[in-house]
Unconditional design. Structure first.
Length: 378
């Protein structure tokens, strides 16, 4: 099917107008909802949906609907995952048009609470590289007639347009993230090369002035200032450690974890020992690896800031489908685990987002153990 096959001037005009109205600067979730609404209106249908393919390429990770009114959507017991007719669209990778869903052999029916549907048209959403990103589905033409070849052609063309728009949106987001990462790197470099060096200079000047001070009270004040300078330098180094991004995504999980634990010793003066299960890097996908390193960075940062620890043990292993990160320290610990700060609460949230959990065990004077888990293929 080619764009020039569209012969109806009104439909061609509507398609071009829809293309021009697509807001590529919108957040991805908002953009996807706009795509579904535009496709449904463009084809003159009552209901529409966009199924986002999961990483396995055969199931749906997200299903965005349009046209459900009142409690229609809320009453559906569960959303589709890619079986039945939807599965046929995924496997076929081409438009699928059905006049009566009830008579189609691939149909598996509807879940309880789902509104009745008969006419169906599904097309792939294809990016500029040819990758099938998901599928657009529309049902129930407003005129009551079966979907036509022209409807199929229109929606298939819009599916390719939507794929290009999604590509552009993702590229914009990646460029923004790159810009933020570069700015964070510049900030970390300036803190290290300029601010810390100036503080060292101030501290050195104060130390050289100490022997010349005859007043004990003045010497005490200078010594107090030197202590504060050392603490400030330590805080700045910790801040640099926190904002330093995990940029080497081409490195394995082992390489990144090793670099991070070594960084704690060289920059922050806390001995850190890493023990990691052999072959674990090959069992974990990039998404899980990235978040594992971010979790480890956050745990180590909390230890340096609050625990007064001198030694940290980091263990990376697996338990079935799960990656297991364990970090223990010999710091001061704390009694009330339920009152942990925002940093540790962020660890819990990050673990839950990856299908795992975060357990914190600590008591005053006995250090802390953080056990953080995530699905290896999350």
């Amino acid at each position: 099917m080619k764009f020039r096959e569209l012969r109806d001037p009104d439909r061609l005009h509507a398609l071009i107008e829809a293309m021009l109205l697509m807001e590529t600067d919108s957040a991805l979730g908002s953009l996807l909802r706009q795509i579904v609404a535009t496709a449904t209106s463009l084809a003159g249908a009552r209901y529409g949906a966009l199924g986002v393919l999961a990483r396995d390429g055969v199931t749906l990770s997200e299903f965005i609907t349009y046209g459900f009114e009142g409690n229609e959507g809320a009453n559906i017991s569960h959303l589709p995952t890619g079986r039945g007719v939807l599965g046929e669209t995924i496997r076929g990778g081409r438009p699928l048009r059905i006049d009566d869903l009830a008579e189609d052999p691939s149909s598996v029916g509807f879940p309880p609470g789902h509104p009745p549907m008969h006419r169906f048209l599904g097309v792939p959403v294809v990016t500029r590289t040819g990758h099938v990103w998901g599928n657009l589905y529309i049902t129930e033409p407003l005129d009551g007639e079966p979907f036509s070849y022209d409807d199929e052609l229109l929606l298939a063309t819009f599916g390719r347009v939507a794929g290009a728009v999604i590509d552009q949106s993702n590229l914009r987001r990646e460029l923004r993230e790159l810009s933020v990462a570069e700015e964070r790197e510049r900030l970390a470099r300036d803190l290290h090369d300029t601010v810390i060096q100036r503080l060292f200079g101030v501290g050195l000047g104060l130390q050289m002035a100490l022997p010349r001070l005859g007043d004990d009270a003045a010497r005490d004040r200078v010594n107090l200032a030197l202590d504060e300078l050392n603490e400030t330098i330590h805080d700045i180094r910790t801040t640099i450690f926190e904002i330093d991004q995990d940029r080497a995504t081409e490195d394995t999980l082992r390489q990144r974890a090793t670099a991070l634990t070594n960084e704690v010793g060289s920059r922050l003066g806390v001995q850190a020992h890493l023990q990691m299960e052999t072959g674990l890097s090959q069992l974990v996908n990039e998404h899980c690896a990235h978040h594992t390193i971010q979790a480890l960075r956050e745990i180590l940062s909390n230890i340096v800031r609050h625990s007064e620890a001198t030694h940290v043990d980091v263990n990376l292993g697996s338990d079935g489908d799960y990656l297991v990160l364990g970090v223990s320290d010999n710091g001061v610990g704390f009694d009330n685990v339920s009152s942990v700060g925002r940093g540790l609460r962020n660890l819990v949230t990050r673990a839950h987002d990856l299908g795992g959990e975060c357990v914190i065990e600590s008591s005053a004077g006995s250090g802390t153990l953080v056990t953080w888990t995530a699905l290896k293929k999350a």
